[in-house]
Every structure is written in structure tokens, then in C-alpha cells.
Design a protein around this ligand. Sequence first.
Ligand SMILES: [Ca+2]
Length: 142
Amino acid sequence: MVRTLLLASAALGIAMTPAVAAPAPKKAASATLGASNPFAKNSDALGEIYSYGHRNPQRFSWDPKNGNMFEAEIGQNLVEEINQIKAGGNYGWNVWEASFRYFGREVGIEDRRSDPKMIYPIAELDHTDPLFPSSRLAATGI
Ligand SMILES: [Ca+2]
């Protein structure tokens, strides 16, 4: 497989160097757990955990002015969410899908955001795009 790829590349005039042994791995930088990590001193949890109750985090970003951390998350069936991450926070999965109680493959619309121990999204949106309700279309060039 590799030989075929190299030959095909040579026929196209792409300069390639022959495969060589991988360089020796660099020594890993040492890392330690920060004492301020919310679970660092909790023997019932992994010290590396910063927050929990997330479902399928997709992207993190930080506000450069104040260091606030934000995360985008894909919901199970109905709702996507954007969260501001706080140390030790419970973001609800798999009891909550965004602001709604989660029951297997459905959510309830009663008692939204009713558990004071949870951290709810700062923004949430339905999976269904109102412009394309079939969700089988794509928009480009917007
Ligand atoms: Ca959540």
C-alpha cells in the first residue's frame, strides 16, 4: 500500500522522501495536578476532572479578557448547548438535555431548569434548523 502511494506520487511529479524511521520520541513534559482543581483532594473522584455531566463536548474557547471558559456540546436528540464552564460544575447529562429533563429518547417540557444543583446552558438551540425543517439540506455561502 505504501509502495503504491509512493509510485503514484512520483508519477505526478511530487517530491517525496523515502520513509525513514520515526525520530525518537521526545521526553514528555511532566505535568502535575493543580491544587486548585475542584476534585484534586476528593478521594471519590479522579483529580483530573474539572467539571462533569457533559455529553459530547465539541469545542472549548476562552474569553481573552477574563479567562472564562466556554464549551459547545451536542445534545442527544433535540437540543445543542453552549455552557460557561465552572470548576466542579455538574452540567446535567444524562438527567438533563440542556434545560429539559431527559427521559431516554425524549425530553419533558415541564420543570425546566428546576434542579438548583445543575448548571444550565447559557445558550441552547433545537437540532432542527427553522430554515430547513427536514434537516436534510445544507446552506453554503451564507
Ligand atoms: Ca447540559
